[in-house]
Design a protein around this ligand. Structure first.
Ligand SMILES: NC(=O)C1=CN([C@@H]2O[C@H](COP(=O)(O)OP(=O)(O)OC[C@H]3O[C@@H](n4cnc5c(N)ncnc54)[C@H](OP(=O)(O)O)[C@@H]3O)[C@@H](O)[C@H]2O)C=CC1
Ligand SMILES: CC(C)=CCC[C@@H](C)[C@H]1CC=C2C3=C(CC[C@@]21C)[C@@]1(C)CC[C@H](O)C(C)(C)[C@@H]1CC3
Length: 456
């Protein structure tokens, strides 16, 4: 951090949070319990281990009747003998020592790569204590190194040498969730040290809520910023390795590389391209609301470390045990959807970054606000207030379409993503309304659509 102001922050720098998000502590409890449960549910509800996608016995009515029967079993659920008998069984089915060790080795690799690989230093946005943080930019080199090592394994051992992630799926999920819990507890406790700058939304005083939403804005140690590190490296790159492992598993089952289906190639290449783009444009992450505004707590930790690699890769995992041959016409159509989405996403993000960095070459029209910041009013930013979300959503659709229409479960990703982005757009709108006041009203009149031009 440059220009440290004083050792201990003045109290007004960390005001009490008075407004809850995500329905407050009950919502924090439900999401903290629900997100890990959903990651397991998406595996057990869609895998060959459990018999299909969904497994034959799992119907909507079987789920509702089980849930309806829960109150009648309440006394059983409250008895300690039930838990002492059940918990060890559950733990042994989801815990896997080899996967845990491999996960820890992977996380360590990412930290060492951050420390050792060269990278330029880039300043983040101005923080409300008057300082800026400096970040080492080498996520893309870490990605290339990981890909290089993986390619080496594949050359030496063939596809059979990289099926470990498919085979130890649940063990990896448990390890990554464990890592998220440990980190969230660690940064929560660390945030009570003298001088810590807290997130405006993470200082409610409610332990569960603050632990979940993230109490400290930028927890870091010796220049290692845990939030930006987690957002781009261990989870995002692992997602690519998971996809590669799914390609390998399919290759092993179908007689070699030539047996890998067009649908698998599409899903994997689209997603690898998306991750490569995010890592290549690493400094762009520094202006996202996760970095500038949100604290780092369990929500982001589990999102970055467990949700991204093991939920975003569901379609590729499904294609391992349910191969789909698309043929040239469907392939071309899906490529077109992805390319359109990518073009809108990249053009919107690049034009905003160039514009805000004083490097606009497109001659964009803008509105100058009373705060001094300028809001673009033409090009993609004149068509909707979040054109980048629109592009991202089109890509999400293109990542589900290759799985065909035999199950709705592989459309979970695009559905969840729509909910996430609608919620995110509302949060960002509230943030801009607060920051720009009347100017934001004027901008909203000029650009009435939220995400999808002429639709929403
Ligand atoms: N794959 C995934 O799981 C996810 C991907 N994403 C992607 O991450 C990217 C970043 O998203 P996010 O941080 O939410 O938001 P944006 O990159 O869209 O940034 C929003 C900010 O941009 C500024 N802004 C708003 N309107 C304008 C305008 N007209 N002209 C100039 N600046 C404007 C405002 O900040 P200011 O205060 O500076 O004016 C606003 O707060 C997106 O592409 C999104 O799709 C996001 C979430 C999950
Ligand atoms: C279910 C749950 C707990 C959700 C938490 C949300 C997170 C999964 C996402 C919040 C913002 C994200 C971003 C990316 C990945 C998903 C999370 C962490 C991102 C790194 C993906 C790659 C993109 O290019 C990106 C850099 C723009 C993007 C930034 C936001």
């Amino acid at each position: 951090m440059s220009k440290p102001k004083s050792k201990s922050s003045p109290p007004e720098l960390n005001p009490r949070t008075t407004k809850y998000e995500f329905l407050g502590p009950p919502g924090a409890f439900l999401i903290s319990f629900g997100v890990p449960s959903l990651i397991y549910a998406l595996y057990y509800g869609c895998s060959e281990e459990s018999g299909g996608c969904p497994p034959p016995g799992l119907t909507l009515s079987s789920i509702t009747s089980t849930l309806a029967a829960l109150p009648t079993h309440a006394s059983l659920l409250l008895s300690s003998s039930f838990w002492t008998a059940t918990l060890p069984k559950v733990w042994s089915s989801i815990h896997d020592t080899n996967a845990t060790l491999a996960y820890l080795a992977w996380y360590t690799f990412c930290v060492v790569a951050w420390a050792v690989l060269p990278g330029s230093q880039v300043s983040g946005t101005l923080i409300r204590d008057g300082t800026t943080k400096s970040y080492k930019i080498n996520a893309f080199s870490t990605f290339l190194l990981a890909l290089g090592l993986t390619t080496g394994v594949l050359f030496q051992q063939g596809p059979g040498g990289f099926t470990f992630l498919y085979e130890h799926w649940v063990g990896f999920v448990t390890a990554s969730i464990g890592m998220s819990i440990v980190q969230a507890i660690g940064v929560y406790l660390w945030s009570f040290r003298d001088g810590a700058l807290l997130a405006m939304g993470g200082n409610s005083g409610n332990t569960l809520y603050d632990w979940y939403i993230g109490r400290e804005l930028n927890p870091s140690i010796w220049g290692f910023d845990i939030k930006t590190f987690n957002e781009l490296r261990p989870g995002l790159i692992l997602w690519v390795l998971v996809d590669i492992s799914m390609i390998c598993e399919q290759a092993v089952r179908r007689g070699g590389w030539a047996g890998v289906t067009d649908s698998m190639w599409l899903v994997a290449l689209f997603q690898i391209g998306y991750v490569a783009d995010g890592l290549f444009n690493e400094p762009a992450i520094l202006t996202t609301m996760d970095i500038t505004t949100d604290g780092f707590g369990f929500m982001l930790a589990v999102g970055d470390l467990a949700w991204v690699p093991f939920v975003y890769s569901l379609q590729a995992r499904y294609l391992v045990f349910h191969p789909v041959e698309l043929g040239p016409i469907a392939t071309a159509l899906i490529v077109a959807v992805n390319a359109t989405g990518y073009w809108i996403f990249r053009e919107a993000n690049s034009s905003k970054n160039d514009f805000r960095n004083g490097k606009d070459t497109r001659g964009l029209a803008y509105l100058t606000t009373a705060s001094g910041s300028k809001l673009i009013t033409s090009g993609w930013w004149g068509r909707s207030r979040h054109p980048n979300y629109f592009g991202d959503l089109l890509m999400a659709l293109a990542w589900s379409l290759p799985t065909g229409f035999d199950t709705p479960i592989t459309y979970f990703y695009v559905t969840y993503f729509a909910v996430l982005l609608i919620h995110r757009q509302r949060r960002d709108d509230a943030h801009c309304e607060k920051k720009y006041g009347k100017d934001w009203e004027t901008y909203k009149k000029m650009v009435p659509y939220r995400i999808i031009p002429y639709v929403y």
